[in-house]
Design a protein around this ligand. Structure first.
Ligand code: ATP
Length: 320
């Protein structure tokens, strides 16, 4: 009898970037993390991750930000693959190809999207058949922002941001992302936020909460209300470290954006616009003002990690 493998040889999964519509940051915890209350929205900028078996661990990167993608040793996609390999007791090395369309180190959780995509791709490649909850647990081990791109849509995040719950939302929103030249490291921005807080207030900050205003705006699907409700507790820290980001936010509002917010820990700035046409107009104005390195448009919400291709190429029949 001949055996033909039913497992795919290459699996490709795409996963979305995120924007935090609101990011509220509580006091620094003993473990060094901060308690967060946030609402994530997945947006239509995607990385594609392909995995296949190889003799050694290897990362190949392509796309506009490829040169900024770390090689195998430090890449979070490799950590994700090794983690799920350990969970499934698989002892195989992989080549991981990342088609990178999400700005790197921009506060849009591109690395986390790659990690989420890799978990799903490896699950399929190795036939592990983990359910979404099991994948979510592995994702949370890898990083606070990794569970979200597995699910996508609009979700509330609590804890370090990794505990996700649904939010009532309708509508679809047009975004313009102004990508700044210089990365801001997430720990650097949190440290600056802590420093500013010590200057401004005597006691510890209150427990973080997402505003009723933002939830109402999402329920109604009203872009104008959402634009006015956007908020980020890390924004002042990002402005302190990169003063030009404040000018960028103000310029976008002057050019007609409904709202402007530093995305996560920055330095990408997200502008909410009234329509696709308004997003095009804003892109042209921002581009002419030459205030940022790159401009990307996207819509949100979009679904989380999805399998793009998993061809089941039959292996050569074995002997006998
Ligand atoms: P954070 O999760 O810190 O908010 P971010 O969203 O600002 O990150 P990422 O694009 O995820 O930005 O990259 C953060 C850092 O992670 C990069 O500077 C890079 O060195 C490292 N990194 C590791 N793996 C990846 C990857 N697959 N893609 C991009 N960056 C990666």
């Amino acid at each position: 009898m001949t055996t033909v493998s039913t497992l795919p040889e290459v699996v490709t999964v795409r996963a979305p970037a995120k924007v935090n519509l609101e990011l509220r940051v509580g006091p620094r915890r003993r473990d060094g993390y901060h308690d967060l209350a946030t609402v994530f929205q997945a947006v239509s900028l995607h990385d594609e991750v392909s995995v296949w078996r190889s003799d050694d661990w290897q990362v190949l990167a392509a796309g506009p930000y490829a040169e900024l993608v770390p090689t195998a040793g430090e890449n979070i996609a490799v950590r994700a693959a090794r983690l799920i390999a350990a969970r499934g007791e698989v002892d195989e090395a992989l080549t991981i190809r990342i088609d990178k369309d999400i700005p790197v180190a921009g506060g849009m959780a591109g690395g986390s999207a790659d990690a989420a995509a890799t978990l799903l791709a490896c699950d399929l490649l190795w036939g592990l058949d983990l359910d979404r909850d099991e994948l979510g647990e592995l994702a949370a081990e890898l990083g606070s922002d990794v569970p979200f791109p597995l699910q996508g849509g609009n979700l509330m995040g609590s804890g370090r941001g990794e505990r996700l719950t649904p939010v009532l939302a309708r509508g679809s929103f047009d975004w313009v992302f102004a990508v700044s030249g210089t990365g801001l490291s997430t720990p650097e921005v949190y440290a600056e936020a802590d420093r500013l807080r010590q200057q401004w207030r005597s006691g510890p900050p209150p427990a973080p909460r997402v505003s009723a205003r933002l939830m109402a705006a999402l329920r109604s699907g009203d872009a104008e209300a959402l634009g006015a409700a956007l908020g980020n507790d890390l924004q002042e820290a990002a402005f302190a470290l990169r003063p030009e980001l404040r000018d960028l936010c103000e310029a976008g509002i002057d050019f007609g954006a409904l709202g402007a917010i530093v995305s996560g820990s920055g330095p990408t700035v997200a502008f909410l616009t009234a329509s696709h046409e308004a997003a095009l107009d804003l892109s042209v104005s921002l581009s002419a003002a030459a205030l940022c390195r790159d401009i990307r448009r996207a819509r949100g919400p979009v679904p989380g990690a999805q399998v793009v291709a998993a061809p089941r190429t039959p292996r050569s029949p074995g002997p006998g």
